[in-house]
Write a protein that binds this ligand. Sequence first.
Ligand code: KG4
Ligand code: ZN
Length: 375
Amino acid sequence: MSGTAPEYILAVESSCDESAVALVQNGREVIAERVASQTALHATAGGVIPEAAARAHHEQLPHLLDEVLDEAEKAGVREKISGVAVTAGPGLIGSLIVGTGLASAWAWGRGLPLIATSHLEGHFRAAWLTRSGVGGGGRLPAVALIVSGGHTLLASISASGEQKLLGTTIDDAAGEAFDKIARLLGLPYPGGAALSALAAGEKPGGARLALPIAQTRGSLDFSFSGVKTAAARLALEAIGVDPSAPGRAAALQRQLEERPVPPEARVRIAAAAERAIVAALAARVRTALEAHPGAMLIVGGGVAANGPLRAALTEVATAAQREIAIPPIHWCTDNAAMIGAAAHAAVREGRADLLDPAKGIRPAASWTFGSIAPS
Ligand code: KG4
Ligand code: ZN
């Protein structure tokens, strides 16, 4: 059952620590968009505090909505808005409630339909977004790799939009692994980009550290807790602490805070960790492409900003003679334009209905990739 999707969709995203609103035409053309990041708010705690995130969404979203509507007015399309999309999951439940509440109220006030949208589908549909001639490389069928602080998943999407989960992480997400290892090395949260910058300083030619990555035999699942543990052992050794000595993780982390890892060892550990994570991602993508002839490769999520990962995946795609689409960074990280794109596709391809906002929607902290909106 496929449907006619609204042409101009106002989209709201608030699943984690980015508040965002956008206006997207035909699921592709970004007319206006705003993102307010809460990174600074959560940096001191070393992670996202759900209560603080929800409060910040509550403060930020109305301003972002105003700004997007002002821009829509200037573009002469404000009155053409014909549907409202909102991330209904997966994510932090308090944050989702703030976004879905705002979107429902705004849609109800204007008599517009609501589209409950998957955050994960948003990440892979970001490859369809365009603005001023930038972006828009996505097409089906595709294999999608979504790698962020909260998610690591590999999926296939058929020519008609049918989605199948091929693999996911059995422990930490890829971005989470980057962040945890960065923390061991004394870098502030979220440390993925800083860890990568540190790793880039590794001198060429010298002996390189190699970290193991758990094998998830016979499946396309990922596991990153092993690389984190191995990096922690190297960090402790570098400050002269016996890593096999009994001690809780928190106590070991405190030792690393008191006695930072020397600069040269930091670089080598960062480089080894990055290599191990990138190799694990690239290997699974290679296998997935082999199993899906004709599929292009789409990459999304904040970790897609990682230079060595982009290079490795480009190499994998080129070797398999496939196209690759990695959206510009601001559409790889959490944003609302991708929710507008995903909502349009989900209605068009019959996976989502146009909902009556008066009936309300129920956000869900977990939402399996490819399934219809949870009710
Ligand atoms: O998609 P995103 O903005 O937020 C969610 O987690 O949903 O992704 C953020 C994640 C963080 O874990 C961050 O450390 C990681 O992406 N990240 C990177 C890089 N830039 C951001 N990881 C590795 N290398 C990077 N250059
Ligand atoms: Zn995300």
